[in-house]
Write a protein that binds this ligand. Structure first.
Ligand SMILES: [Cu+2]
Length: 139
């Protein structure tokens, strides 16, 4: 009968666990469904809502953002908004302006999706980024 070697088994498990460590250092969360209106980015929870809703095709719209940390509104943060079509490698033809409402909400104005298809709405909160997948646009 061969001797049982639990130490070797544990060493293998530890090596496997350590090997995964690099991939867990990921500051970007990507939403899988366009219906997803709230996702986590690092310690922050980011939710968005377009105005008007649904987003109009080839017309200006705004995005209301709400950012929380630990369930409380985040009132002191740098928030920027951008959007692009990853399959086409381009962004918007306009530059949105972001207003800090001072209560954990931000308003991004002047967004415009000039093509139909898959867009990514990227919301940067300090050093983190939340990416929302959006299919443009409901007719
Ligand atoms: Cu495009």
């Amino acid at each position: 009968m061969r001797p049982y070697r639990p130490a070797l088994l544990w060493a293998a498990l530890l090596l496997a666990a350590c090997g995964d460590r690099d991939t867990t250092d990921d500051s970007q969360d990507t939403a899988t469904y366009e219906e997803l209106r709230e996702i986590d980015a690092g310690p922050y929870s980011v939710s968005w809502a377009p105005v008007p809703d649904p987003i109009p095709f080839n017309d200006y719209f705004a995005v209301n953002l709400e950012v929380k940390e630990g369930g409380s509104p985040l009132t002191d943060a740098v928030v920027t908004v951008d959007a692009g079509m990853p399959a086409h490698g381009h962004g918007m033809n306009v530059t949105p302006t972001v207003t800090d409402n001072g209560d954990g909400t931000w308003t991004a104005d002047g967004l415009l999706f000039h093509m139909e298809g898959h867009w990514e709405l990227k919301v940067d909160v300090n050093e983190e980024q939340a990416v929302f997948d959006i299919t443009c646009c409901a007719q």
